[in-house]
Design a protein around this ligand. Structure first.
Ligand SMILES: Cc1cc2nc3c(=O)[nH]c(=O)nc-3n(C[C@H](O)[C@H](O)[C@H](O)COP(=O)(O)OP(=O)(O)OC[C@H]3O[C@@H](n4cnc5c(N)ncnc54)[C@H](O)[C@@H]3O)c2cc1C
Ligand code: SF4
Ligand code: SF4
Length: 563
């Protein structure tokens, strides 16, 4: 026998082991369960990543299947919530990652990176969901952005006959006419849109509400109507000179550039601080412009996604904050600069951000042959009945409930692709039920039995999880990417995506690791299929060892007989 440096004792052979009491026969007669006051319950909780996902994806399930190389099954899971994973994997601001419990260990799981790889793989492998039998129900969807496309896709899959109207000549909305190709390649959007339209969706382009599309007629002719027209009306600068040549609207600029119509000039000023402003600035850098973004508040208040701002700065975009436009300087009918005044932070507005207050006597002119107004977009209410618009968004009168609904940006969604997709699927689910069609899942987590309680970091037993550093995807060098429209962010190859996916802790979700089965001192855990364990009440004393040791918090303790 010897004593180890940490104080423990190690026996050299069996003869050294002191006598211990042990049973010489089976103890299965000893039904200790009757003594307990508490009992463990196997209950899956909601993982924080899934709780944060606006599209409502079952992140754990799709990531688990991909980590095992089961691409088709992982694809089926993701497509049951989101018809555009290759898109969201590229452009979603990924609130899932900020919520990821692994972020409190070595670094969060790169969920969008894994989602993008999965999206690309299932496009390459041609994974497509199957359509339910036709029901004869007819639905009109107006607006073929991510909200309208998602709703149309799931209604078509459910057996409805869907007509998808759009004023543009191709579907995609801001995916194909807003977000630039260096962030979201057109080939990816086109392939995902094509798959989304396959199950019985007819695209009717060149049809615009208030011009050659009448909403009352749609309500008469179709069983249901969904409005998903986004927000496309540019907010004006409201300063003298804004109608001069060389003053353009941000969305028009992005849309034209997407069609290969590159503006000419040397210096540009972009007014705004959202995604449109940053995307315009980055696109203009690629067209050879020196670009300054003039934003009326502080850099930290910019609504643009932080990583987009960082990438814009890397590409040489200058950002001037606390600057208010005062006048477009015009020479010979064309813009030659933007006169601005400095601002200082004032009292907070309803958004909680400080109001910009002009500082008298601080005028400066930013020279520019192109001035881009990219200070936000509003609802274009043309063609909508007066009582359908409230506070700048579509709000339908209660008597239309079930017949007409509004989704996505036009209905006040939070302005991301994932929000639009989540709204589209939930609207399709509600409508399909009403029309007797097969409905997509409204809430994937609750349908697989997960409870709403979120499995926070306190539920994770870190000691049971092997350390695993995140894989970095990186991005193209700023000098190279400024030269063309190449995709800025790199993706994972299949094996890299599988490795990254295997870092997921499956928070709150039984992963079938069997630890509870092995550690229960009373052998009270009953094994079913992996992930389907139970407790033999005649043996369980309610000691809670399984609850304490479950690496991912998928077992809870409750009072005996409680709910
Ligand atoms: C430049 C830019 C960059 C962005 N970057 C990101 C990003 O990186 N990540 C992210 O998550 N979100 C981003 N967003 C936001 C995101 O694109 C939107 O939240 C999302 O596209 C909203 O989807 P939607 O379907 O509601 O509307 P939209 O995508 O705007 O689609 C609306 C559709 O309705 C059609 N339409 C409009 N009016 C009519 C009419 N009167 N009649 C018929 N059809 C009509 C339009 O042609 C369009 O096809 C960005 C937005 C912009 C402007
Ligand atoms: S859609 Fe966005 S939030 Fe949801 S899992 Fe994908 S990256 Fe995360
Ligand atoms: S470790 Fe996995 S389950 Fe847990 S929050 Fe992160 S991605 Fe979600």
């Amino acid at each position: 026998m010897r004593r180890l440096p940490d104080g423990r004792v190690q026996f050299e052979g069996p003869g050294e082991v002191p006598p211990v009491s042990m049973s010489l026969s089976s103890t299965t007669w000893n039904r200790t369960g009757d003594w307990r006051s508490r009992e463990p319950v196997f209950r899956d909780l909601t993982p924080p990543c899934a709780d944060a996902c606006p599209a409502g994806q079952d992140v754990v399930d799709q990531v688990r299947l991909l980590s095992q190389g089961r691409v088709r099954e992982a694809g089926e899971v993701v497509l049951s919530a989101n018809p555009f994973p290759a898109t969201t994997g590229r452009v979603c601001p990924h609130p899932c990652t900020s919520a990821c419990n692994r972020g409190r260990m070595e670094g969060p799981v790169d969920i969008p990176g894994v989602e993008r790889a999965l999206g690309d793989l299932i496009l390459a492998e041609g994974v497509e969901p199957a359509r339910s039998p036709a029901t004869g129900a007819r639905v009109a969807v107006v607006g073929a952005g991510p909200a309208g496309l998602t709703a149309a896709h799931y209604l078509g899959l459910g057996g409805c006959e869907v007509t998808l109207f759009d004023r543009g000549d191709r579907p995609g909305g801001l995916l194909s006419r807003g977000i630039p190709p260096f962030r979201l390649p057109r080939s990816v959007v086109d392939a995902e849109v094509e798959r989304a339209l396959k199950p019985g969706v007819r695209f009717a382009g060149g049809r615009s509400l208030g011009r050659n599309l009448d909403v009352d007629e749609l309500v008469r002719e179709f069983d249901s109507v969904l409005l998903a027209i986004g927000r496309h009306l540019p907010r004006r600068l409201g300063v003298p000179g804004e109608v001069a040549n060389g003053v353009v609207d941000g969305l028009d600029l992005l849309s034209a550039q997407g069609l290969g119509d590159v503006p000419k000039g040397r210096r540009a000023v972009v007014v705004g601080g959202g995604n449109t402003a940053i995307d315009c600035a980055r696109s203009l850098r690629r067209a050879g412009f020196e670009v300054t973004v003039a934003y009326r508040r502080g850099r930290g208040d910019m609504p643009a996604f932080a990583d987009e701002v960082e990438e814009a700065l890397e590409e040489g975009v200058a950002i001037e904050d606390w600057l208010l436009p005062a006048e477009v300087r015009v020479m010979d009918g064309s813009a030659c600069g933007l006169r601005c005044v400095r601002a200082r932070p004032g009292a907070p507005d309803p958004s909680g951000r400080p109001r910009p207050v002009p500082v008298p006597g601080t005028g400066l002119t930013l020279p520019a042959d192109l001035v881009v107004a990219a200070a936000g977009e509003e609802l274009d209410a043309l063609g909508l009945p007066a009582g359908w618009v409230e506070g700048g968004r579509v709000v339908l009168p209660p008597e239309l409930a079930g017949r007409v609904a509004a989704i996505g940006d036009c209905a006040g969604a939070a302005g991301t692709v994932a929000h639009a997709i989540g709204e589209g699927r939930r609207a399709a689910a509600a409508l399909a039920c009403r029309l007797g069609a097969a409905a997509p899942s409204e809430d994937l987590l609750s349908e697989r039995g997960a409870e709403p309680e979120v499995a926070g970091f306190d539920r994770v037993r870190t000691a049971w999880h092997r350390p695993a550093m995140p894989s970095a995807r990186g991005r193209e060098d700023a000098h190279l990417r400024r030269a063309d429209e190449r995709e800025v962010r790199r993706g994972f190859a299949r094996d890299e995506a599988m490795r990254e996916a295997s870092r997921c802790l499956a928070c709150g979700t039984c992963a079938g690791c069997e630890l509870c089965y092995q550690l229960c001192p009373d052998r009270a855990v009953v094994r079913g299929a992996p992930g389907a364990y139970g407790v033999d009440p005649s043996r369980c004393k309610g000691c809670g060892v399984c609850v304490e040791e479950c690496p991912r918090g998928a077992i809870s303790l409750r009072e005996r007989g409680g709910t």
